[in-house]
Design a protein. Structure first.
Ligand SMILES: [Zn+2]
Length: 292
């Protein structure tokens, strides 16, 4: 999901109800297109429920969506063929929402639901990156990940910030982590343990695991920050024995790929008292540094 990230004045000017027409099925599309002049391309968004919303050209995406977060947004051109209306061209061009090209599956699902044949991909695909140094929005061209405003490097992947609606903190048991590893192997996700045995060597079997999305890695997976307690090695056990009483050792943070569906199937840590517990647990496992 993408929150509006464009100029604030457009947000203020946008209606709180979607200006876009909901297209849940083919009948809705036929009724909508009959009322349009051939002034194309049209504005579209895919709303939180996965429904396509269409608006006339030059409608701001944030107005089309009624200020709400979207699954994707862009421009679409329809063509009337012998077989009926179909999508001729479609992009993720929305500088208000900056949807990643990996949002295509949400667009395809919305078009399928509306009974509209489509090309199976964005015909015009833009790569948006906000510069972490100067915060300006860039459109990456020719694979050049350099900010055009300040020349600092841009992130290669689409970063999930803590303010994004799809940011979430999830908790898993060791058994659930093993299941995620099995799935990662089956789906050939790249950031995973080399084997179950490697995982068992590194992760304490009684650990609690926390996961939070860090990058929108592929359309169906997140590259997540993963926190776990490391399995005690012989030397670590000796150190922990010397450190008895606090004896929890330090936690480990790594990157691990998780499918979107599996991440969302894990329990979420959302209530304030649970978040306080998590913060306490993470701080408790950080190594202490003497102040100078
Ligand atoms: Zn910059």
């Amino acid at each position: 999901m993408y929150s509006y990230a464009g100029p604030p004045d457009l947000l203020v000017a946008a209606p709180s109800r979607p200006a876009g027409a909901a297209i849940p099925d083919r009948a809705a599309f036929d009724a909508w297109i009959a009322g349009q002049t051939r002034d194309e391309p049209h504005t579209y968004v895919v709303d939180a429920t996965g429904c396509l919303l269409l608006a006339p050209r030059h409608t701001e995406h944030v107005a089309c969506a009624g200020r709400a977060p979207v699954r994707s947004a862009g421009e679409v051109t329809f063509a009337r063929t012998a077989a009926g209306w179909q999508v001729a061209a479609i992009s993720n061009q929305s500088t208000g929402y900056c949807p990643d090209a990996t949002s295509w599956p949400a667009v395809a699902a919305a078009l399928d639901r509306a009974g509209l044949p489509h090309p199976g991909r964005f015909t015009d695909e833009l790569t948006f990156r906000r510069c972490p140094a100067c915060t300006e929005l860039n459109v990456v061209k020719d694979n050049d990940f350099t900010c055009t405003f300040c020349a600092e490097p841009l992130p290669r992947a689409h970063v999930v910030s803590a303010r994004d609606p799809d940011f979430t903190l999830r908790v898993a048991t060791f058994e659930e982590l093993l299941a995620l590893q099995r799935e990662a192997e089956r789906l050939r996700l790249s950031a995973r343990w080399s084997s179950r045995a490697a995982l068992e060597r590194q992760v304490a079997p009684d650990t609690t695991v926390f996961l939070a999305p860090a990058l929108r890695h592929t359309p169906d997976s997140y590259r997540c920050h993963i926190w776990f307690a490391p399995r005690a090695t012989a030397t670590a056990t000796a150190a922990a024995a010397a450190d008895a009483g606090t004896g929890t050792g330090t936690g480990t943070v790594a990157l691990f790929d998780v499918s979107v569906a599996s991440l969302h199937a894990l329990r979420e840590v959302a209530e304030p008292d649970k978040l306080r517990m998590v913060v306490h647990m993470l701080l408790d496992r950080m190594p202490l540094t003497p102040i100078e």
